[in-house]
Structures are given as C-alpha cells and as structure tokens.
Design a protein around this ligand. Structure first.
Ligand code: SF4
Length: 393
C-alpha cells in the first residue's frame, strides 16, 4: 500500500511541523511504502518571482526531515519538479475538470475573499469603447442598406428599420459585455494566476501518478482530496481502470501556538524552529504570551487559554495534569512553568539538532537523487498505463 504526502519548501521547519506532520510520517513509514516529496511546483503558485529561494529552502527542509527521523531507507524522498511525469499527468487531468469545479475549490474561494478583504478590486481586462462599437454598427448597417433590398416592408420607414436593427445589435452586445464583466469580477485576474486556480489538479496528479492508496490529511483538507478521487473515477470510467481511489488517513494535528499566541507560522515570525539553538529556544519561551490575567505568581491562571500550556500538552504529557491544577490554583508562576517547558522541549530537540549538524549537503543531494530515481520509475509506469488506457500511444 502506498502513502503519498508532501510539503512546500518554505524554509526551515518549526515545532508545529514536527508534531503536526513529521511525527505522523515517522509512524506511517513503518507501516506503508511512503513517498514524501518537496512540493516545489506548488511553492511557485504563490511566489513565482523567488524561484531561487525554493532551491535553498528545499535543502533546509529535507535536512529537517532527516534530522527528525524520516528514513530514506524506508521511504522515497524526492523533489516534485524533478519527476516531470507530475506535470504530464497534470496536463491530462486538467482536460477532465471543468472551470466551475475549480472555482468551487475552498482555497480558491478563500483567496478571492482574502483579496476582497484587502480591498483589491478585480480589473476589467475587456476595455470597450461604446462609441467605437456604435460607429462600427453604423457602417455595417449602411453597408446592409446599400447592398440588400430591405425596404419591402412598406409599413416601416427605412429610418425605423435602421433604428430597430441598431438597438437590437446594441442590446445583444451589451448582454455579451455584461457577462464578460461578471466573469472578470469573479476572477480577480490581477492577483490570481492560472497556476493557482489549477493547483488542485496538480495536487491530484501528485497523488495519482504514484497510484497512491492513502493520503494523510486533516479534516479540513478533505475537499482537496475529493478532487483527486473524482479525477481518478472520471479517468477510470472514461478509459479503463488505472488509478486506485485514494483514501484519506485522517490525522489529528495538535494545535501549536506561537510566541504571540497565534497559530505558529514563519510568516507571523512567532515560531520555534527545529534547528534553533538551546539558548534561542530558551529566549523564545521566555517571551511567550501567557494568560494576561496572571500577573503575580500567586494569581490563579487559565491554562486553557495559555499557549505555554498548549505546548506542555504536546511535549510534557507526564506533568501536564499537575501543571494545569497548579496554574489554576495560583501555585505555579509563569516563569517556573516556562522553565519546565524549556527543559522538556530542549531535551526533545537536542538529538535532532545533533543529527542536523551531522547531515551534509552532499548527503541530502544523494538522498534526493536516489529518491528521484525510485519515484520516477513508479511515475513512468503509471503514465504508460494511463496512455495505454487512453490509446494515446
Ligand atoms: S503558569 Fe503556565 S500555564 Fe499558567 S498561565 Fe503561566 S505559563 Fe500559562
């Protein structure tokens, strides 16, 4: 059974990635044949200008994967763009999906809403000068009157017929223009690329090119997998059975909050990175947001709203109950509580840091190269099966 999962190379990984994704991958690689890939084509959909950063980030991300225990001897680790069959299958699948289906993709809708929130107006590409249209209609009608006898209808003057035809044509044009305007307003084309709209199709190709049986995802990502399932069914019924219908492995990702209490994210600049030194981790924990009502050590706190307590839940399971009670009763101060967390987190990260020091760039290149050969072999087989089913050879 094959499992497929990938990650965008957005730079070094933080502890949210570690507990959210990588710990899960470590379990999966013991149970299934796993294909783990760097989704560098996907990283281009939002940031095509900085393609060069993607290459550097790829090294950092794979280094983190290896350091935390993703095992290249058990799993296939590779870069998406190296295996060109992803792009080829993407092209074939893009013929099997309608634009309306892509407009319904939740990420696309979120992007449109985000642009609307930021006040970015959609631009009208179709820039029509009505006077010029009228001029053109006039000359066309003149031509008609000169060349065709249409004055047989004695009940109407030439002028009346002329005006009626002209208003009909103008109305027709306005209707056409209106529908163009609607399409342009729905598609804020100044900000959203064709690649972004079509990226769920590429995601589907990523899964189907390995004929993957399972994809580990959170509940909120089910709509993304649904398109891959639809496209597999559509291809199989149109041609013949090539693709297994991929199933989700539903995964609960623990919530990890950053220094400011928001979701941990590189873009919020609130993350603790896997590669952070011991001192950096200590300093970041010291700055962490806590319950604002707990000012003095003896004030009762509210661990349920405290990001430090979220981290105790994940990294300090042995003491979390005691900490919960002591915080709530005002028996534990935030400084001591943070120190307890630091010790746990630091001892968890230390072996990862050491492994990270040992991994050389050459080792990463070798791992990626071996992974590429293995991944491409499977992808080529799939593409051959697909072309054969289509009788497209
Ligand atoms: S004692 Fe710990 S859990 Fe309670 S508010 Fe302070 S940091 Fe948060």
């Amino acid at each position: 059974m094959i499992v497929l999962s990938g990650m965008r190379p957005t730079g070094k990984l933080h502890i949210g990635h570690l507990v959210g994704v990588l710990e899960n991958w470590k379990h999966l690689q013991d149970k299934y044949r796993c294909y783990f890939f760097i989704a560098d084509f996907h990283a281009l959909t939002e940031n095509p200008k900085n393609a060069f950063e993607i290459v550097q980030n790829t090294l950092e991300v794979v280094k983190d994967w290896i350091s935390v225990g993703i095992d290249y001897k058990k799993s296939v680790i590779f870069v998406q763009s190296k295996v060109m069959e992803h792009a080829q299958l993407h092209l074939i699948l893009s013929m099997l999906v309608s634009l309306n289906r892509l407009f319904r993709n939740p990420t696309y809708k979120e992007k449109v809403e985000e642009l609307a929130r930021r006040g970015i107006e959609s631009k009208l590409v179709l820039n029509v000068d009505e006077n010029r249209i009228e001029e053109s209609i006039n000359s066309t009608l003149d031509f008609i009157f000169k060349t065709i006898e249409i004055e047989n209808d004695k009940s109407k003057s030439r002028e009346q017929i002329y005006r009626k035809l002209k208003s009909d044509i103008m109305e027709l044009l306005r209707t056409t223009l209106d529908s163009s305007i609607i399409i342009e307003q729905f598609l804020p084309n100044a900000e959203i690329s064709y690649g972004f709209l079509g990226y769920p199709v590429l995601q589907s190709a990523d899964i189907l090119i390995y004929r993957a049986n399972f994809v580990p995802i959170g509940q909120d990502q089910i709509p993304h997998l649904e398109l891959a399932r639809e496209l597999a069914r559509r291809f199989n019924s149109l041609y013949s059975e090539v693709f297994p219908i991929p199933e989700p492995i539903l995964t609960e990702f623990p919530k990890v909050l950053g220094i400011d209490g928001r979701k941990m994210s590189k873009s919020y600049n609130n993350a603790i990175y896997i590669s952070d030194s011991s001192n950096t981790v200590k300093e970041k924990i010291r700055k962490y947001f806590t319950d604002p009502n707990k000012i003095r050590k003896n004030d009762p706190g509210r661990p349920d709203i405290c990001p430090i307590f979220y981290l105790h839940r994940v990294f300090n399971k042995e003491e979390k109950e005691e900490i919960y009670i002591d915080c709530s009763k005002g028996k534990l101060g935030c400084v001591d509580c943070k120190m307890k967390l630091f010790k746990k987190l630091d001892s968890y990260l230390e072996p990862i840091r050491q492994r990270r020091e040992e991994v050389s760039s050459k080792e990463i290149f070798d791992i990626l190269n071996d992974g590429f050969i293995e991944a491409q072999k499977r992808a080529q087989q799939t593409l051959e099966l697909a072309y054969k089913a289509m009788k497209f050879q």
